[in-house]
Design a protein around this ligand. Structure first.
Ligand code: FES
Length: 123
């Protein structure tokens, strides 16, 4: 589990099946803040990270562990009221929070590994 603020590999990209998302918990530096739950969604060779919290009611996004996507696999979908979010930028395009966005977590792929830089998001 990476520590807050330090870029660190989360996993190999191949551990996230293409077109799906996987949840991770990031510990915070010094252990003074609550761990941060995030989701990383893979699209081909790219990975997109967001805080696992819906902007509508701040519920976790996943239906069951690691089930983050709509049935057609095209959007991240909130389990609570069904909001749909674009994978590339986290913008809500359908549901009760249209126009709002998931909180991004800077994420990149290097050497086949998923790297995150978990700056603490503002709420
Ligand atoms: S909490 Fe996500 S759509 Fe309502």
């Amino acid at each position: 589990m990476p520590e807050h603020g330090e870029p660190e590999p989360l996993c190999d990209l191949t551990e996230i099946p293409d077109g799906t998302g996987r949840g991770f918990t990031l510990r915070q530096s010094g252990g003074t803040e609550a761990p941060l739950d995030v989701v990383v969604v893979r699209q081909g060779d790219r990975a997109f990270g967001y805080v696992n919290s819906c902007p509508h009611a701040r519920s976790p996004l996943d239906w069951t562990p690691d089930r983050f996507m709509s049935l057609d696999g095209q959007h991240i979908q909130c389990a609570t009221h069904g909001a749909l979010f674009q994978v590339e930028d986290g913008l809500c395009v359908q549901g009760p929070c249209v126009g709002r966005s998931l909180t991004p977590i800077p994420t990149r792929v290097e050497g086949g590994r998923v790297i995150v830089v978990p700056n603490r998001p503002r709420r």
